[in-house]
Design a protein around this ligand. Structure first.
Ligand SMILES: *[C@@H]1O[C@H](CO)[C@@H](O)[C@H](O)[C@H]1NC(C)=O
Length: 287
C-alpha cells in the first residue's frame, strides 16, 4: 500500500470547487504577501551615501518659502568639539566627485602660499606650509561638481555661498604639512581687515594611509599656556577619509576670535592627502 499513491496528486476525490478555492487562497496570499514585503523593503532603505537629498517619508515637509526647499534633508553629522565649534560630516561627497575634483586640480598645482604678518616673507616662513594647491571656483567647474558641494556647504552652515572663497584644492605628499595657524586674520597681527574668515569647511578628497590628520592643539583650552611648538601634532586629530567633511568656526557668535580654532595639518607619513578647503567670510565675496 505504501508507496503506491502519488502524494501530491489531487486525486479523484477532490472536486473542482476545492481546486478553485485553494487556487484563489494561494493567489491572494501571494498577492498581499508581495505587497507587504515590498513595503517592508522600501522602509529599510540604506542611508543615502550620495549628495542628493533623501526625502525621508518619516517626516512630512512644510510649505516652504520662495528660497526654500520642498523636501526634508537628512545630512549626518557629529559634533567633534564645542571649543572650537567643529562638526564632522561623514559621506559629504561621493568618491566619484572627490576623484573628479582631484583630476581638475592636478594640472594646476603650485606651492601653497601664506598671508604674511608684519616682518614675514617667503624666506623666513619657509617650511610652515609645504603643500601644493590651486584655487578653483564653482563657476569654473563645468561638470557642476563643485557647485553641488558649494550648495551643500551653504546649507549645513546656513551661510550663503556668496560668502565663500573659491575652493582651495590642496595636495600634501609624504612629509608635507601645515604648521598650526588661524584661518581668521587677527587685525593686531595682519592689520585691519575688510572681511574676515569666520568658518572653514574641509572636504577630504582622499584617504591617507598614515598621518595627515587635521589637528586642533588648543581643543578645549589645552596647551594654551604659551609653550606650544606650532610644528607639533597634538590635540584633537581628525583623520582624513575620502568624501568626509569637517567644518569649524574661527570666531564666536559675537565675532571675536576663538583661540581654540588654531589648527594645522600633521605631516603625511604614508600615502597622499588631498583636501578641498572652502573659507567662509563674514562679508560677501565680489569675484
Ligand atoms: C565673545 O564671546 C566669547 C565666548 O562666548 C566670550 O568669552 C567673550 O568674552 C565675548 N567677547 C565680547 C567682546 O563680548
Amino acid at each position: 500500500m505504501k508507496g503506491k499513491g502519488r502524494p501530491w496528486s489531487l486525486g479523484k476525490k477532490v472536486g473542482l470547487p476545492v481546486v478553485f478555492l485553494s487556487c484563489s487562497v494561494f493567489f491572494l496570499a501571494g498577492f498581499f504577501g508581495a505587497m507587504l514585503l515590498s513595503q517592508d523593503i522600501s522602509s529599510f532603505r540604506p542611508n543615502s551615501r550620495t549628495l542628493e537629498s533623501v526625502d525621508d517619508e518619516e517626516y512630512e515637509s512644510m510649505p516652504h518659502g520662495y528660497t526654500g526647499e520642498s523636501s526634508i534633508d537628512s545630512i549626518p553629522f557629529q559634533v567633534l568639539s564645542w571649543a572650537p565649534r567643529a562638526l564632522y560630516f561623514p559621506d559629504f561627497a561621493t568618491a566619484n566627485k572627490c576623484q573628479r575634483i582631484i583630476e581638475m586640480a592636478r594640472a594646476n598645482l603650485k606651492p601653497s602660499s601664506l598671508a604674511y604678518r608684519k616682518g614675514e616673507n617667503a624666506e623666513n616662513t619657509k617650511g610652515i606650509r609645504t603643500s601644493s594647491g590651486t584655487f578653483i571656483s564653482a563657476s569654473e567647474d563645468e561638470t557642476g561638481t563643485l557647485d553641488i558641494i558649494e550648495q551643500k556647504i551653504a546649507k549645513v552652515t546656513m551661510i550663503p555661498w556668496t560668502h565663500g572663497e573659491a575652493f582651495n584644492i590642496l595636495r600634501y605628499e609624504v612629509g608635507q604639512k601645515y604648521n598650526s595657524h588661524y584661518d581668521v586674520f587677527n587685525p593686531a597681527e595682519y592689520g585691519p581687515q575688510k572681511s574676515q574668515r569666520i568658518a572653514s569647511f574641509l572636504l577630504y578628497l582622499s584617504d591617507v594611509e598614515e598621518g595627515g590628520e587635521t589637528m586642533f592643539p588648543f581643543e578645549n583650552g589645552l596647551n594654551m599656556d604659551g609653550g606650544y611648538d606650532y610644528k607639533k601634532c597634538i590635540g584633537l586629530k581628525v583623520k582624513p577619509r575620502r568624501g568626509d567633511g569637517l567644518l569649524f568656526y574661527s570666531v564666536f557668535p559675537n565675532g571675536t576670535i576663538d583661540q581654540t580654532s588654531l589648527h594645522g595639518s600633521c605631516p603625511v607619513i604614508k600615502g597622499e592627502k588631498w583636501v578641498a578647503t572652502k573659507w567662509i567670510r563674514d562679508q560677501e565675496q565680489d569675484d
